[in-house]
Design a protein around this ligand. Structure first.
Ligand code: ZN
Length: 420
């Protein structure tokens, strides 16, 4: 294929993704607007008119904002690709005569920095304007800046060794470098998952053991009843940034930690917190995370193999304005291509994830009659988070990792009437 052939193919997929996503978001906005006059029947017992009005306004504001962000994002990508800037940066770096691996790290870092900088104004607007207007964001300028510094430091500390390792494999590990690199990357991913709860998460939040008392005793009893071992129950200061709430598990095996957002503990009643935890334990017991592992490993392997196949494809580099075929150039090109060429697979992963959510709900229902409490917890959280109660079915099918609230409530009611 010629450079212009590659470029045309890329632009076609890129344009298709942009159009598709914009139409989907517009459909979603229209569905919210169409239903805005009265509370959807499934929620009439729980949500009053004023509350519904704010949730509609919030969903519309977020949707409109996401369209604006994607227009700006698309303009930046097109400007970078079509202006030949990538080639200019690469030539400048080549002129300094650095060792190839250092050149590679520098190139990737510069491109990543450009995209990161363009993402700062939208992120500021989102956190300091929209989220503040609707009373979610509690973040201060100081926390925001510290978060920025910490995440840049973290990507540097984790990213540079990973890149150096990859470049080393490509250059020195022979014909099957991609397979050996895969083993190394997989081991690294595993290592990061293990160190995440102990070393990385505490950089951003404070985790304090849940204090002795009723809730703690009941959670411990629930874990025992469900034969679930965890090394501790922690409360995380999520309220430092936002009033949105959540609960999750981190770590592996016996080192698993139960993490509750402080906002969750404040917003829910005791039995509702237990219901949310029973659901989370369900994910663990049904091995949902373990089931996703082979897929993510396979994708890593395929990507590395693709790097091997495309390393010699000079016209591809020329299509993106890069004059020499290098591993670092290819990594950046693949980063540009990954969205447009894979976004149609999104519903495959989201519907799989939604199935897991239903299964975990069923687990919670069967493990102690939590269906009703879980339903009330989800409605409470949905209300507090001003969740969109009327997403367009196509939008939620494509993007939602969890079933739409109305679908989930209907399912839980079914389980409830079945005695769960
Ligand atoms: Zn879940």
């Amino acid at each position: 294929m010629t450079p212009s052939g590659f470029l045309a193919l890329y632009l076609a997929f890129f344009g298709f993704e942009f159009l598709f996503e914009t139409i989907l978001t517009r459909l979603n906005l229209r569905a919210i607007d169409k239903n805005k006059s009265s509370v959807p029947s499934a929620f009439r017992d729980y949500v009053d008119g004023d509350m519904y009005k704010t949730s509609v306004a919030y969903s519309l504001a977020r949707g409109r904002f996401s369209i604006a962000v994607s227009v700006i994002g698309a303009a930046v990508v097109l400007a970078v690709v079509l202006s030949g800037s990538l080639g200019v940066i690469d030539n400048l770096i080549a002129g300094i005569k650095l060792p190839p691996a250092v050149e590679g790290v520098l190139f990737v870092a510069i491109v990543a920095a450009v995209f990161h900088i363009t993402s700062i104004p939208p992120s500021l607007y989102s956190q300091f304007v929209i989220e503040k207007r609707f009373g979610f964001s509690t973040i201060t300028a100081k926390t925001y800046i510290l978060d920025e510094i910490k995440s840049i430091a973290l990507s540097t500390v984790l990213g540079i060794p990973l890149l150096l390792l990859l470049f080393w494999f490509i250059r020195s590990a022979g014909e099957y470098w991609w397979f050996f690199a895969f083993l190394a990357v997989a081991a690294l991913q595993l290592a990061i998952t293990v160190i995440y709860p102990v070393l990385i998460a505490p950089l951003f939040n404070k985790f304090s053991p849940l204090e002795e008392g009723n809730l703690r005793t009941k959670i411990e009893k629930l874990a025992r009843d469900l034969n679930f071992t965890a090394s501790g129950i922690f409360v995380m200061d999520g309220s430092r940034r936002s009033r949105h709430s959540n609960a999750y598990f981190t770590g592996f095996g016996k080192a698993k930690r139960i993490v509750l957002y402080d906002t969750l503990v404040q917003q829910l009643e005791e039995r509702q917190v237990l219901a949310v935890l029973a659901h989370e334990i369900g994910h663990q017991k049904l091995r949902h995370i373990l089931k996703r592992l082979p897929v993510s490993l396979l994708l890593t392997l395929l990507s590395l193999f693709l790097v091997d196949v495309l390393l010699g494809a000079d016209p591809l580099f020329a299509a993106f304005g890069i004059q020499r075929a290098t591993a670092h150039g290819l990594l950046v090109i693949l980063a540009f291509c990954s969205g447009p060429f894979t976004f149609l697979l999104t519903p495959l992963f989201t519907s799989w994830s939604r199935r897991h959510e239903y299964q975990a709900d069923k687990f919670a229902a069967e493990s102690g009659g939590y269906a009703g409490d879980l339903k009330r917890a989800l409605i409470k959280l949905g209300k507090d988070n001003k969740t969109n109660l009327t997403p367009h079915p196509l939008y939620s099918f494509f993007h939602y990792s969890h079933p739409a609230l109305s679908e989930r409530v209907a399912y839980l009611e079914e389980l409830e009437s079945a005695g769960g």
